[in-house]
Design a protein around this ligand. Structure first.
Ligand code: HEM
Length: 411
């Protein structure tokens, strides 16, 4: 990542609601002066939508993630929904459910995410990643985002949910349009339409699984009861939708982010190649460095003192992972990409009761990608300037042209 001189902190002009802000600024360095001078500040409302508190320091972010007694996710957990004051999936989708129902549904879903149950899915991840990287190596020059990174996680989630292979590309497209617009030209309306298409598509799959149950997550959800009652079709649709949302964009963001980081830090690429660092510590550093979900947020249920401020009941707080992961009070040399970094307690997967359900799977993806690159690729070079996602939430790329030199010793 380039080192640029950033403007001084100015909470009155910083617009965190505008995705352009994240394209105009170095996503790492932008936060440093805020952590320093305004660790917690009030971001004014814009476009007739309310303002919100911004938390930039690691410890404040961690404490807020932990606290589902004084903060709730049920009125949204990302700025897009938080500012509207509601999430249409509240209490029907895990990430925007709290209290006993959250615990019950989470426990149920966790069964499908244990390493034991996931073993066959994991084997497929490594096989597919190896094959995709092998094809990329053969081609030599290609768009790493669309030809490699985009193609991995959706197949994993497809396996988990039993989505037919022929439909998976379409699901990726709907998902990308739903989460973050590709560019400022795409409209909000297209994003809403994509979400509707995705929900309708999953509804059909659920209906089919009720008739012919298999071993996929969808069938598990369709057969489950919570408090003695089966989950409604609607709820199963939304829970599945949340797996696609959670699993797809973030995992491919880390794959492309890794390649870009290796291009920018050839010394770290060499350490990976030479076996000087483990896949585990390397994967954690890539996940910290890319921070695929830049923020999450909550609504305060009661007044909460926060440093010299008071968050009033009903107000929004936003937790900036992209700042917390570079907090110099917690990470030594935070702007150094160090594959051997230990400890590395980043918050890229969140923390506390809503800690990412798919963290194990996200790590599996990353390990598979690093292993495939390490063994098959001698050098990987990013050509030109990669195109970044237009989003104030997802930190990723839409295009990244690369040139790959094969590893001569790879079979
Ligand atoms: C929750 C990040 C991969 C499914 C979360 C949260 C974060 C996160 C930060 C917390 C949200 C909050 O506190 O409001 C990531 C990253 C990933 C990743 C960085 C990959 C690098 C996955 C995968 C899946 C998944 C592969 C599923 C297949 C979920 C679900 C939740 C969640 C269902 C909600 C958990 C709850 O509310 O109890 N993720 N995620 N994620 N993630 Fe992930």
């Amino acid at each position: 990542m380039t080192t640029q001189t950033q403007p001084a902190a100015d909470p009155d002009t910083l617009d965190l609601t505008d995705p352009q802000t994240f394209l105009d600024n170095d996503p790492h360095r932008m936060w440093q002066p805020y952590r320093d001078q305004y660790p917690v500040f009030w971001h004014p409302g814009r476009d007739e939508l309310p303002g919100f508190w911004v938390l930039t320091r690691y410890q404040d972010v961690l404490d807020a993630y932990r606290d589902n007694r004084r903060y709730t996710s049920e009125q949204g957990n990302v700025l897009a929904t938080l500012r509207l004051g509601e999430d249409s999936a509240a209490r029907r989708m895990l990430a925007v459910t709290d209290g006993p129902r959250h615990r019950a549904v989470r426990n149920l879903m966790m069964k499908s995410f244990s390493p034991r149950v996931l073993a066959p899915v994991v084997a497929n991840v490594q096989r597919r990643t190896d094959t995709l990287v092998a094809h990329a190596v053969e081609r030599g020059e290609l768009d790493f985002v669309t030809e490699v990174a985009d193609r991995i996680p959706i197949h994993t989630i497809g396996d988990l949910m039993g989505i037919p292979a022929a439909d998976r590309e379409q699901v990726v497209d709907w998902n990308a349009q739903t989460l973050s617009r590709y560019s400022s030209q795409d409209s909000e309306q297209e994003s809403v339409m994509a979400r509707n298409e995705l929900v309708l598509y999953i509804s059909d799959l659920v209906a089919e699984r009720r008739r012919n149950p298999g071993e996929d997550v969808l069938s598990t959800l369709a057969a489950a009861t919570v408090d003695g009652k089966p989950l409604s079709d609607d709820e199963i649709v939304l829970q599945s939708y949340s797996l696609i949302l959670g699993g797809d964009e973030s995992s491919r963001a880390t794959a492309a982010g890794a390649v870009r980081a290796f291009h920018d830090h050839p010394d770290q690429w060499r350490r990976l190649k030479n076996g000087e660092v483990t896949l585990e510590s390397s994967a954690e550093e890539v996940v910290r460095w890319t921070t695929p979900a830049m923020h999450f947020g909550r609504h305060a249920l009661v007044d909460v003192p926060l440093r010299e401020h008071t968050v009033r009941a009903g107000e929004i707080i936003t937790l900036w992972n992209s700042s917390a992961n570079f907090d110099e009070d917690v990470f030594d040399d935070p702007y150094t990409f160090d594959l051997g970094r230990t400890p590395n307690k980043h918050v890229s997967f969140g923390h506390g009761p809503h800690f990412c359900l798919g963290a194990y799977l996200g790590r599996v993806h990353m390990h598979a990608m690093l292993e495939a690159l390490r063994t098959q690729v001698a050098e990987i070079e990013v050509l030109g300037t990669p195109a970044r996602l237009f989003s104030n939430f997802a930190n990723g790329h839409t295009a990244m042209q690369v040139r790959i030199t094969p590893e001569p010793t790879a079979s």
